[in-house]
Design a protein around this ligand. Structure first.
Ligand code: PGU
Length: 412
């Protein structure tokens, strides 16, 4: 007999409280509800064309055609670790085809659910098998990092990264905080195109960071969500990771194909753990399988097949690099247009960071009050930390955005 004692308001879940929307994905939820024809979504980091539309790369369409027309393609489960070709090709893409770590079979790579899933699987592996449970993440960083690593069982601390006064890297603070970290601590590094600041260390600064981390035995965990999106060149954007792998020591890398292949919704990515020896890599892989199996059993086949088809064919790979460069160039062009528009209006402040920052985002320095003003008055949607996704902007919308920024900084 149903007992009323078990429920309030007719539901056993009546005590469940309303959760707040995600700080990034919630911006799209709010945008979708806005009926204004002027509305502009600069919240989520997702590429849009000059016409403001999502883009499916031509090379991705071609790869999908090949897959659809190939009768040998079936829908069987993949192994727990994913598509073998995809894993090998992904490791080559980030570490370089001549990487000694790959040649010596010291890399364990598993296909995961895009960048987020790769970070989560890596985090869970470290919580189970690594002696130091603290992970240092940059301040600020992508908002999901803290949640992903905390739920994976790690203890999250921050290191100084960005200096609002210079709108640049706080190298001194970064080195001081990593020097003070316990030996062996894990350090999350953005491989390139730091989110949200758009500020990357130079190669010389990377070298300083590497020397310090290696001398203290800190374990690097690279988040590579934007390879190719920063400079338009896949190899240039992997330099930070390759410097660390070249010294022969260990590290982890989470790769995402959401941005650089435009495969956002396919959820395709990879976790690679560079190990000290081939037999350690074999054992690490065996344990990664134990992390993955109870979580989602094995990864989806379609996105990984698209990526593998493109990466293994010379000509398709080449076409991809051209399309990728075009996306990166359009973003750089939007930076120039917005900067010029603000300068032409005489908007108070130094806006040169718009053209100096790297990757998908500009960290404008606008306050959360100014952001709210721009959303209510101009229907421009962005994250409350003042980050705008340059990839969501188009030439046609630059004047509207410049008007909104001008009004925000002169009135608030
Ligand atoms: N790491 C960083 C640094 C990211 O910026 C993102 C995506 C991810 C990982 C995860 O990407 P996957 O889609 O799982 O491959 N950040 C974007 C997209 C929206 C979001 O928050 O997931 C952003 O707008 O910050």
């Amino acid at each position: 007999m149903a007992s009323e004692d078990h429920s309030h308001g007719g539901s056993v879940f009546a005590n469940v409280t309303q959760a707040t929307e995600d700080p990034i994905l919630g911006v799209t939820v709010a945008y979708n509800k806005d009926p204004s024809p002027m509305k502009l979504n600069l919240g989520v980091g997702a590429y849009r064309t000059e016409e403001g539309n999502p883009l499916v790369l031509n090379v991705v369409r071609r790869a999908e055609q090949l897959l659809v027309n190939d009768p040998s393609r079936v829908k069987e489960y993949l192994p727990i670790t994913g598509l073998a070709d995809f894993n090998k090709l992904s490791a080559k893409l980030i570490f370089g085809s001549d990487s000694p770590a790959i040649q010596e079979n010291r890399v364990a790579t598993v296909q995961c659910l895009s960048g987020t899933g790769s970070l989560r699987v890596g985090g869970e592996f470290l919580a189970r098998h690594y002696h130091e449970r603290t992970i240092y993440i940059p301040q600020p960083t992508w908002g999901n990092h803290t949640k992903v690593f905390t739920l994976a069982g790690l203890s999250v601390k921050t290191y100084r990264y960005y200096d609002p006064a210079t709108r640049g890297l706080n190298l001194e603070g970064l080195l001081a905080d990593l020097s003070a970290a316990p030996s062996g601590a894990i350090v999350l590094l953005h491989a390139c195109a730091h989110n949200p600041t758009g500020v990357d260390p130079t190669l010389e600064q990377w070298e300083q960071i590497r020397l310090l981390m290696r001398s203290k035995g800190l374990l690097p965990f690279f988040d590579s969500a934007y390879q190719g999106f920063a400079s338009g060149n896949l190899d240039a954007d992997a330099q930070s990771v390759r410097m660390f792998v070249a010294d022969g020591s260990e590290c982890l890398t989470a790769q995402s194909y959401a941005k650089n292949m435009g495969l956002y919704g396919e959820r395709v990515g990879a976790l690679s753990i560079v190990c000290g020896s081939a037999d350690v890599a074999v054992r690490v892989e065996s344990q990664l399988k134990l992390v993955i199996r109870p979580m989602y059993s094995n990864p989806p086949i379609h996105g990984a097949s698209i990526v593998a088809t493109i990466l293994k064919d010379r000509e398709m790979y080449h076409e991809w690099t051209i399309e990728l460069k075009a996306m990166a160039d359009r973003i750089i062009n939007m930076r120039e247009q917005l900067f010029d528009a603000l300068r032409a209006k005489g908007t108070p402040g130094d806006w040169s960071h718009i053209i100096k920052q790297i990757g998908m985002f500009t960290f404008t320095g606008l306050t959360s009050e100014q952001v709210t003003f721009m959303t209510t008055e101009y229907h421009i949607y962005m994250t409350s930390d003042g980050r705008i996704s340059m990839a969501g902007l188009s030439s046609q919308k630059v004047p509207h955005l410049a008007d909104a920024i001008h009004a925000a900084v002169t009135q608030h």
